[in-house]
Design a protein around this ligand. Structure first.
Ligand SMILES: Nc1ncnc2c1ncn2[C@@H]1O[C@H](COP(=O)(O)OP(=O)(O)OP(=O)(O)O)[C@@H](O)[C@H]1O
Ligand SMILES: [Mg+2]
Length: 503
């Protein structure tokens, strides 16, 4: 028999631990998503979120119609580090989310639950952060049926389920004066962000893509719409071959599914509204990259996990990566479920696949930009007024034949005559091929919208810069002449950018 160890049980300080656990890095939206995870796991198909602004008395409730909990279960649920078993589809992992996510946003968390319709009994427990700070004891406050807030009891009158209530929202309304207009405005903005976030994180559940786990989420009565990052209803979507990557763990082998997509360019979307919506909460450039899912729940939305940098030319590339909870350790999933790492074991393979999709996205993007640019450049230098002026100053009698034709006649292509004497088209031609690697990002972005005046001049400036860069000195001279004759170019571009003068 081994020697009996002498031990000393050292309990964590309630005051200090709870304070530290408030800082796992949740945002407001990711904290609410943690609570919704629990509802899904409890079999709920409806989650109603109510956010009520009332200055420092503001409150939030998240109510589900899941299986609910009895007194014993709710007590365990309130423990930091709930003891329970997880199955292969579980969204939970650490036994922490309910408490850490809630108290990252508020100082008072109440959970009430009803397990059976046969009894009117509703159980309630509360973690009051200020009580813990005072007592330094892990004491949750028990609430009798009659002591429970009406807002917590009401959703459980007719069905089983669980209601989570957040009060004293110090992290949400952390303004000096939460009762003022600014506090209200801020909360409204947070509601908007929350809608987008939940629509994104749970889109597979909200759209019914996850079998037998249909979900409806409402925020203040408004239904949250799913946001599919891969716009899988768009006809022109380019779907690349999915691949299944086997991954060995200590205990078994599991699979990671990788599905790459290249989203359509703006003109290929079914509507402008669809294109706008596809850009996502953080817009096109930030939304490119990996979408990592764990059991169908999104953990990461965009970014290339240091496999490559995000750039304008690859903004339409999005790659779905789905892994099962068995691979949690390998993906280094964090408590707040906001980050995951690509495991070393599959990194090279993921990189190789990423290069394929990125290469294809770049080619598609480059072709698109070239067509647009050719059209725009042609429009810029093709005006009659400029043609006339150039004819005059360069003594070229038949300049019309030498310039690129009006693009409406050529279907957007720049056509130049092979017998021309003017150096300008040469400059353009030598430039066109370089455009997709040289155009500044801001310049390309404005193609997504109608071009307002100042953007138009920014565009001209960018065209000018690119053409200049790839022209020899004779071409540069003509180019400068052409551009300075464009109406208002001098006032709006040269006067504001003195460096042009010195080129
Ligand atoms: N809405 C709910 N309905 C029923 N049971 C719930 C609900 N919310 C929480 N629970 C129970 O409370 C437990 C603790 O929840 P908590 O979110 O703290 O941890 P977890 O979900 O197990 O893991 P994780 O820390 O990864 O979220 C859950 O495992 C579940 O048994
Ligand atoms: Mg949880």
């Amino acid at each position: 028999m081994g020697k009996k160890l002498k031990t000393e049980e050292i309990l964590p300080s309630a005051r200090r631990t709870m304070s530290a656990f408030r800082n796992f890095g949740y945002t407001f939206s990711s904290a609410v998503a943690e609570i919704v995870d629990n509802s899904i796991e409890a079999g709920a198909n409806e989650v109603n979120i109510n956010i009520n602004f009332d200055g420092s008395d503001s409150w939030i409730t998240i109510a589900d119609n899941g299986q609910g909990m009895g007194l014993k279960e709710i007590t365990e649920a309130m423990r930091y580090g709930t003891e329970r078993k997880y199955d292969s589809q579980s969204l939970g992992k650490f036994g922490m989310g309910l408490k850490t996510a809630s108290l990252s946003q508020c100082r008072c968390l109440t959970v009430s639950s009803r397990k059976s319709l046969n009894t009117p009994y509703i159980t309630g427990l509360c973690w009051d952060y200020d009580h813990i700070q005072k007592t330094n004891k892990w004491q949750a406050i028990k609430l009798k049926n009659t002591e429970l807030n009406r807002k917590v009891r009401k959703p459980l009158m007719k069905n089983t389920g669980t209601v989570v209530m957040w009060e004293r929202l110090d992290r949400i309304a952390e303004l000096e004066n939460p009762d003022g207009k600014r506090g209200e405005k801020r909360l409204l903005k947070m509601v908007e962000d929350l809608e987008l976030h939940l629509g994104m994180v749970f889109h597979k559940y909200l759209s019914g893509e996850i079998k037998r786990k249909n979900l409806k989420i409402c925020i203040n009565g408004e239904k949250v719409r799913p946001w599919d990052p891969f716009v899988r209803t768009e006809e022109k979507l380019d779907i690349l071959n999915p691949i299944k990557i086997p991954v060995k763990t200590d205990k078994s082998e599991a699979h990671v599914i990788l599905e790459p997509f290249i989203l359509p360019k703006k003109s290929d979307f079914s509507s402008d509204a669809a294109f706008e919506s596809a850009s996502g909460p953080h817009k096109w450039n930030m939304q490119q990259g990996f979408y990592i899912y764990r059991s169908g729940r999104m953990i990461q939305s965009g970014g290339w996990n240091r496999i490559r940098a995000s750039d304008e030319h690859t903004k339409y590339a999005r790659v779905m990566i789905d892994f099962p909870p068995e691979l949690d350790e390998m993906f280094s999933i964090d408590v707040a479920k906001m980050r995951a790492k690509i495991p070393l074991q599959i990194r090279d393979l993921v990189k190789k696949e990423t290069e394929k999709v990125v290469g294809k996205a770049k080619r598609a993007y480059g072709a698109d930009m070239n067509t647009k640019l050719k059209r725009k450049i042609s429009e810029v230098i093709n005006s009659d007024e400029i043609k006339k002026e150039i004819c005059k100053t360069n003594n070229i009698p038949k300049i019309e034949n030498n310039f690129p034709k009006n693009t409406s006649e050529t279907g957007g292509e720049v056509i130049t005559s092979s017998t021309h004497a003017d150096p300008l088209p040469v400059a353009i031609n030598s430039t066109i091929n370089q455009l997709d690697v040289t155009i500044p990002v801001q310049f390309q972005e404005i193609y997504e919208t109608e071009i307002p005046d100042d953007e138009y001049f920014r565009l001209l400036r960018a065209v000018y810069d690119v053409l200049m860069e790839y022209s020899d000195s004779a071409e540069k001279k003509v180019l400068k002449e052409v551009f300075t004759r464009i109406p208002q170019f001098e006032e709006n571009v040269i006067a504001k950018n003195s460096y042009i003068e010195t080129i």
